[in-house]
Design a protein around this ligand. Structure first.
Ligand code: R5P
Length: 310
């Protein structure tokens, strides 16, 4: 692996930073990230990045706007300090649910974030399980969209009851559900949901046979838990066995999510560590680290190898 690379990290996920650095057997680059009294963010790199390959690690978890500005400020600092190339590693890319205009006077915030990231000088983006794969097209720079499906499937393989159905809680999750089903050898069902508010969704249709079957519900993210709660309700109404396993890449787990998903019928909830701060006292919750996948991607980028298998 070439020696001339550095990894700096924002403050969003220190444990993931340490885990990736440990996999690569390097120390994160030295920098300070502080707040001015008015809340503005101040960044300083404490070592030279001149002509170096730089990786900036920052997940866009809440507070998403602060974490985004940290990433942009780190990028600007690297660019002005003559870094050779800047790769942003953003395991969870926030704002990507805003990928189209839902009303007549709304922004496409996912595109806006992509524009700002490029404008500030990011050369390459490494992310994971984008909300929709076509979001890659919001960028003009290379985007590598890694997947947690293999990592989570390997953990799930040992825990699933026979005859399970992989359920997509909405049409957007169907591609993900199909990937899980192929890896785990299950059948697929899909729900159609209508979002009523930011926290309330309503399931209108179910396509697939779930009667008397255990279900593996998969999604890219759990935010308020509203989508999964209505999915469980709809599956139960359709006669599914009260034996639900949930797998989601990004566990934002906002306040209220735990309450919605702490049901007797939810036997296991599996997420990755793209978002920091998952509760440690929730018996059915298991967090699987994607640090090895990201570290492997960094190694391959440094060696100009393909990331296809990841
Ligand atoms: C929506 O299309 C996403 O894939 C997730 O299903 C959704 O954003 C999860 O949000 P919540 O947990 O708040 O329902």
């Amino acid at each position: 692996m070439p020696k001339e690379f550095l990894i700096f990290a924002g403050t969003a996920n220190p444990d993931l930073t340490s885990a990736i650095a440990a996999e690569l057997k390097v120390l994160p680059g030295a920098c300070t990230i502080t707040r001015f009294p008015d809340g503005e963010i101040s960044v300083e790199l404490l070592q030279s990045v001149r002509r170096k390959e730089v990786f900036l690690l920052q997940t866009l978890s809440p507070p998403v706007n602060d974490h985004l500005i940290e990433l942009l400020a780190l990028t600007d600092a690297c660019r002005r300090s003559a870094a050779a190339r800047i790769t942003a590693i953003v395991p969870y890319l926030g704002y990507t649910r805003s990928d189209k205009r839902h009303g007549r006077r709304q922004p496409i915030a996912g595109r806006m974030v992509a524009d700002v990231m490029e404008a500030v000088g990011i050369d390459h983006v490494l992310t994971m399980d984008l909300h929709a794969p076509q979001i890659e097209g919001f960028f003009h720079i290379p985007v590598d969209n890694l997947s947690a499906v293999l990592t989570l499937s390997n953990t799930l393989g040992k825990k699933l009851a026979a005859g399970f159905v992989v359920v997509a809680p909405d049409g957007g999750a169907l591609r993900l559900a199909t990937e899980y089903a192929q890896r785990l050898n299950g059948t697929v069902a899909v729900l159609h949901k209508r979002r009523e508010t930011g926290t309330r969704t309503h399931v209108t249709h179910l396509v697939g046979d779930v009667r008397d079957k255990p279900c593996l519900i998969v999604d890219d993210m759990i935010s308020t838990g509203g989508t999964l709660a209505s999915c469980i309700e709809a599956l139960s109404r359709a006669g599914a066995r009260p034996d639900f396993t949930i797998a989601a890449t990004h566990g934002l787990l906002l306040p209220g999510a735990r309450q919605k998903l702490s049901q007797e019928a939810v036997k296991k909830l599996l997420i990755t560590d793209t978002i920091a701060g998952a509760p440690t006292d929730w018996p059915s919750l298991e967090v699987v680290s994607i640090a090895p996948v990201i570290a492997e991607a960094i190694k391959r980028l440094l060696e100009h190898q393909s990331l296809g298998e990841l």
